[in-house]
Design a protein around this ligand. Structure first.
Ligand SMILES: [Zn+2]
Length: 190
């Protein structure tokens, strides 16, 4: 189970929207409009990625009528909202310092947001498994570039390293989370 092709496609669409908004910002300098526009794109992209992960977990087609945000459970809705909120918070901090950055720096940093929706995919795909981190959630050295995947096997969830992933965090997770063992506070105290 690796990342489905729909995720890079979604990433490409998201990237195009973010780039268009950022280009407009370079022209008109309207930071508030830029922020709003990118935030909307991110909300849409994370929602699409989340529904994609849910479709795979539930084994339903992506175009199933059952699969829309209205049918999300309260917990799922909260989970998605939390991810989008953290992205919007990062974006705000970025926009706040944008006038101290060069155009190239702004473009490079804005591009990274297009890679983040895969964490929403994995979150939905693995809901209920209580896993400590998601590929692309920024908790590895490779940050949003992470191409690793979670794979469920009979004895648990394995962190499968992406073929272009060689950062220390991803290598370590491949070894330690094979499968991932939930450490309770009692065990860690021994
Ligand atoms: Zn990785």
């Amino acid at each position: 189970m690796s990342t489905p092709p729909a995720i890079p496609r979604l990433g490409a669409l998201t990237l195009a929207e973010i780039r268009a908004a950022t280009q407009r910002y370079h022209q008109d300098g309207d930071a508030a409009r830029w922020e709003l526009s990118v935030a909307r794109t991110l909300a849409k992209a994370h929602q699409a990625a989340y529904l994609l992960g849910l479709a795979e977990r539930l084994g339903v087609k992506l175009d199933s009528a059952l699969l829309n945000t209205r049918n999300l459970s309260r917990a799922e809705r909260a989970e998605l909202k939390q991810i989008v909120q953290s992205q919007v918070d990062y974006l705000r901090r970025f926009v706040d310092v944008a006038d101290t950055l060069s155009e190239a720096q702004i473009n490079a940093r804005a591009d990274l947001y297009a890679l983040a929706p895969k964490q929403s995919y994995w979150q939905a795909r693995t809901t209920g498994a209580d896993l400590p981190a998601m590929p692309g959630d920024g908790s590895t050295e490779c940050l949003v570039n992470c191409g690793c995947a979670w794979e469920e096997q009979p004895d648990g969830w394995y962190w499968m390293r992406g073929k272009n992933d060689s950062c220390t965090t991803c290598v370590q997770r491949e070894q330690e989370w094979a499968p991932y063992q939930l450490v309770t506070s009692d065990e860690s105290a021994i």
